[in-house]
Design a protein around this ligand. Sequence first.
Ligand code: GAR
Length: 210
Amino acid sequence: RRRVAVLISGSGSNLQALIDAGTRSDSAAEIVLVVSNRADAFGLVRAERAGIPAVVVDHRHHPDRAAFEAAIMAELHAAEVEIVCLAGFMRILTPGFVEAWRDRMLNIHPSLLPAFRGLHTHARALAAGVLVHGCTVHLVRPELDDGPILVQGIVPVLPEDDEARLAARVLELEHRCYPLALQLLASGAVRVAGERVEAAAPRLLRHPLL
Ligand code: GAR
């Protein structure tokens, strides 16, 4: 089983999905460390409940980005981490850090990339009038919300949707997509060919209403 760290900043519901999937006997991944840049992240409580070591690396306690990232890197190395999952981790990582984890670091983003990179994805999807929305798990590249796509989850946008309803529908699917993507990567079922991922397994999940 590959040793996985999950980096969070908040609620950690995706972390929870990864923890739950990691307890399955056929899981190729084991969550061995949780890193939060915020001491008040609820995800830290989830880690504690699951008996997973968790550390806070607060960016405000470091003079610059390089020092902040060096502190995270030290924690990852100390725990002999092989794969990093960004799960609602709201700090931008420098190219140096990203390249150190090339093809071994995943991120989940609440849109169908390459549409709606950045923040407020659900509000922007509603404003754009798209009929299909969703989430993407991708390998991290230095460019924000860019990189080879492992798994996408699609949800319908319904006429009565507001931001909160749409966000909840997407989040439900995120919790299925992230464990699938991690399992694919950790089990060696995917091959990264340049900027595209190749896999024999299905990589698209759909909401029951689709
Ligand atoms: C998730 O919706 C995730 O896709 C999003 O933050 C939420 C974290 O929720 N990530 C980003 O917006 C990254 N820019 P969680 O803490 O409950 O997993």
